[in-house]
Design a protein around this ligand. Structure first.
Ligand SMILES: [Zn+2]
Length: 418
């Protein structure tokens, strides 16, 4: 520790203790010297506060806002909170919907009519009240989300709008002051509907519920499965579907618009029921389908596009049976340990599709894309085959020699020897 004599920017002198590496000390001393001395700093802070309060008072007079009641300190604090609110609404973006416009104006007018300092201090951290334009925007997004996952229905939305339209401004403002944030409403909804969402097998092995829930986000839906106990009869089902064990639950994220989302959830629920678990699904309307076993089952026998090698990946699980020899019979097929699949070159698409059909393998949309790609290059190759001279002319010098693919493409797959 060393003492440094400082001349502050206000001209007052002082002495400070500076610790730390010697090379940094001068820099720290300079930093002190660029600021005010402690006394001047305190005085400036008080003056700034007083000026802020004066400005708030002047704005209040200009806007004809009511005087606030309370202790002197409370009033000074509340005046500043109200002034910050006034400037935030001055910069706001106007909502599009008439319904939201009215709601926003009701909140603004309701707030500005408040006369106690305590009211402003109590509500200062509530976004519905202090940041109504932003909250309305967020609530709009929440409603869209709840509508999308059917927790909130279009009819209810219409009912809500007509109920709100029938309210007086005072009633509407009262409702805003009493409203619950959307996440609380959603939690309560889930608790209220638990009985409707729960399905019991004839003789449950445990009363603990196997819970399937979903979280909808702009970039997709995450499904979580929480099991009451570790169960090696249940786990393969979710594992085959690509679920990963994260934070104490099986989780899988599905892209926006994934058509088989409900089928996957129902498949998991049906599996859990068959293992005598009490199971809850995320939405009541799925219950009938679970009871009727009405779903497109997940096929663990799949042909996918292996992006890394740009080949077909043929995968199955031990439970499905042994397809190794059949898959290896496809030309150019190789077992890839890292991919956990038999990989096949794209030009063998016809054999791959034939294999898939014969053994009930599901061909993914990515794999179908690879089929199209391979077909296109086969056609391009055939065109080249018809006009070889023209192509040869167009070829730049130093390029690799022409592949034999055009000739090969004409040979029926079953006649090939590789
Ligand atoms: Zn000073």
């Amino acid at each position: 520790m060393a003492k440094y004599d400082i001349i502050y920017s206000c001209g007052h002198e002082g002495r400070v203790d500076i610790i730390g590496p010697t090379k940094d000390r001068q820099r720290k001393a300079d930093w002190y010297a660029s600021g005010l001395c402690p006394e001047c700093y305190e005085a400036k802070k008080l003056a700034d506060r007083a000026a802020e309060l004066e400005k708030a008072k002047a704005n209040a007079v200009e806007m004809e806002l009511p005087e606030l009641t309370g202790t002197e300190k409370q009033v000074a604090w509340a005046m500043k909170i109200r002034d910050a609110f006034v400037s935030s609404i001055a910069d706001r973006e106007e909502p599009e919907h008439d319904f939201a416009k009215r709601l926003l104006n009701v909140v603004i007018d309701g707030n500005l009519a408040q006369t106690t300092a305590k009211w402003w201090i109590d509500w200062r951290e509530n976004d519905h009240i202090m940041n109504p334009a932003r909250r309305l925007h967020e609530v709009g997004e929440d409603i869209a989300r709840l509508l999308k996952i059917n927790i909130f229905k279009e009819e209810e939305m219409d009912k809500l709008i007509s109920a709100v339209t029938a309210m007086t401004d005072a009633e509407l403002y009262g409702a805003v002051l009493g409203q619950k944030p959307a996440d609380v409403a959603e939690r309560e909804y889930m608790a209220d509907t638990e009985a409707e969402r729960t399905i019991r097998p004839e003789s449950p092995k445990t009363e603990a519920i196997l819970e399937i829930s979903e979280t909808v986000a702009p970039d997709g839906t995450t499904v979580r499965v929480v099991t009451p106990e570790r169960d090696e009869n249940f786990n393969p089902t979710v594992r085959h579907m690509g679920y990963k064990w994260v934070d104490g639950a099986w989780q899988q994220k599905y892209a926006v618009g994934f058509e088989l989302l409900d089928d996957r959830i129902i498949h998991i629920a049906v599996t859990a029921l068959s293992l005598d678990y009490v199971v809850s699904v995320p939405r009541p309307e799925l219950v009938e389908r679970v009871k009727n076993r009405d779903y497109k089952s997940f096929n663990t026998k799949v042909v996918k596009h292996h992006i890394k090698t740009n080949k077909f990946a043929i995968r199955w699980t031990r439970e499905d049976g042994d397809f190794y020899n059949s898959a290896k019979r496809i030309g150019k097929a190789v077992w890839d340990k890292d991919a956990g699949a038999v990989l096949v070159a794209p030009e063998m698409f016809a054999e791959v599709l034939d294999f898939a059909e014969r053994f009930g393998f599901e061909v993914s949309s990515g794999a179908l894309g690879l089929v199209e790609q391979a077909k296109a290059s086969k056609e391009a190759a055939l065109v080249v085959d018809v006009k070889p001279v023209k192509k040869a002319k167009a070829k730049p010098l130093g390029d690799k020699p022409e592949k034999l693919a055009p000739v090969e493409a004409d040979i029926a797959p079953e006649l090939r020897d590789s």
